[in-house]
Design a binder for this molecule. Structure first.
Ligand code: ASP
Length: 451
């Protein structure tokens, strides 16, 4: 049995929903389907989730919101009309949104409830259309499916008991259609996962139902070894491991949410990345273990922007017991998570994401100066991280040399380097305005001779 998850671009219009329904009808192994909200139909289009967020912004600032509401409903109207399904659904959707707007007084709760509409309505329409086309299908809300989550708005975490509840849906005759992106808390609140979180819902359902495969449909046929927006015709990856995918999605590969692997990792359910517009293409498979290919130790290179390094310099730092603990404690006290820590004997850089540091850099520096009295504390913003990923790297000599050579030859100043003990990734920090150049240089070095 397979669980299939369809992303926003796969469900952006009635034409796309028809393609999705064909895929489901042609594959009797698909037992459950998880859907995103309607995404962009063209470059400058707006995702329904963003329209719902805009509606919320208008409501809480006291601005008129009818136009925003109409923009959302017109997206659903197009789909309902195109699929020729029951037009009463549109009225039902309008009433649901209005009831949230009228009855939920807490702003954060309202935002989550509104955001959930994107996926919720899509799931209802798809189930209706599949049934109309002769495939027995049924919509299950996350509450009915048993997706229980913590109560932290926009940042839901799954409660483990959910898996047993979801398992009760096993072996149903009909195709189960569940909206992605949100669950229900024990207090009865709708709580959404972080943005892009329908991937997480899909993985949760796959695990709960103990699926043999989790298919993740987007508008791309593969995961590529570098972002196609920056590298022309990048190498398509046939197979990669959870660990490699996690490293790549953490550092900028938007195709698959980095938190979505967690539910699958322990139970080893493979993921297949597939294209709704070309389902006949095999796609990229994500597995727990793969055979390493001798000539391709590096599987992918990503580059992510928006990092800051806070660097501390202190003579004989390595001799002072507890220095690192005290330093990290300061970041914990300010609730800033640490991404990387390249270090030398007398210096260490703490790399954090800019969005986590907002407004806190000065007080963190002050605390470091007060508590550790180092020689120097420096902050360098506007950094990009180039991440080179591949489990084969552990067994190959000279890969770091290749990267530094490529960067040097292209005049890219390496600000910092880091490699964890697992050797499945190497990280280079470069200036933000040099990241395109850095990515191209390193990509060419590793992949130029590979077909
Ligand atoms: N619709 C949500 C978003 O745009 C979740 C998702 O598509 O996965 O973030």
């Amino acid at each position: 049995m397979k669980v299939a998850k369809f992303g926003g671009s796969s469900l952006s219009s009635s034409t796309q929903l028809k393609k999705v329904s064909k895929i489901i009808q042609n594959d009797s192994d698909i037992g459950a389907v998880v859907v995103s909200a309607p995404g962009k139909r063209f470059e400058d289009d707006i995702k329904v989730t963003d329209l719902l967020i805009a509606l919320h912004a208008n409501k809480i600032t006291g601005l008129p919101y009818n136009e925003a509401l109409d923009a959302i409903l017109s997206r659903y109207e197009e789909i309902i009309t195109g699929l020729e399904i029951d037009f009463n659904l549109l009225d039902k959707f309008r009433k649901t949104i209005l009831s949230y707007l009228e009855n939920i007084s807490d702003n954060d709760r309202l935002l989550d409830a509104l955001k959930s509409c994107g996926e919720d309505f899509n799931a209802q329409m798809l189930a209706e259309y599949l049934s109309q086309e002769g495939t027995s299908a049924k919509y299950y809300s996350p509450e009915e499916a048993g997706i229980y989550v913590t109560d932290e708005s926009s940042n839901a975490q799954l409660l483990d008991e959910s898996y047993d509840k979801i398992a009760e849906l096993k072996n149903r005759e009909e195709v189960i259609v569940i909206p992605g992106f949100f669950g229900i808390s024990k207090n009865g609140n709708i709580v959404t996962f972080p943005r892009g979180g329908s991937d997480i819902s899909g993985a949760i359902v796959a695990r709960g139902l103990n699926a043999e495969m989790y298919e993740n449909y987007t508008d791309q046929s593969h995961i590529y070894s570098a972002h196609p927006g920056f590298i022309d015709n990048p190498h398509a990856i046939e197979e990669l491991t959870y660990r490699e995918m996690r490293e790549l999605s953490y550092s900028g590969f938007g195709i698959f949410h980095d938190e979505a692997l967690e539910p699958l990792y322990q139970v080893k359910i493979p993921v297949m990345i597939k294209n709704t517009n070309a389902p006949e293409i095999e796609g990229t498979k994500i597995v727990s273990k793969r055979e390493l290919i001798k000539d391709i130790p590096v599987i992918g290179i990503s580059c992510d922007v928006g990092f800051t390094a806070i660097s501390v310099k202190d003579y004989l730092m390595n001799r002072q017991v507890g220095y690192m603990r005290k330093l990290l404690q300061i970041f914990e006290n300010h609730q800033v998570s640490v991404e990387h820590m390249p270090s030398g004997i007398d210096n260490i850089s703490i790399i954090v994401r800019n969005k986590n540091l907002e407004g806190k850099a000065e007080s963190i520096t002050e605390d470091i100066n007060d508590q550790l009295e180092p020689e120097k504390v420096e902050t360098e913003g506007n950094l990009a991280l180039l991440v080179i990923v591949g489990e084969g790297m552990e067994y190959t000599v000279g890969l770091a040399n290749k990267a530094t050579k490529a960067l040097t030859e292209n005049d890219v100043n390496i600000r910092m380097m880091n490699q964890g003990a697992s050797e499945s990734s190497m990280v280079f920090a470069v200036k933000m305005d040099e990241y395109d150049k850095a990515l191209n240089a390193v990509y060419n070095e590793y992949f130029r001779n590979i077909d």
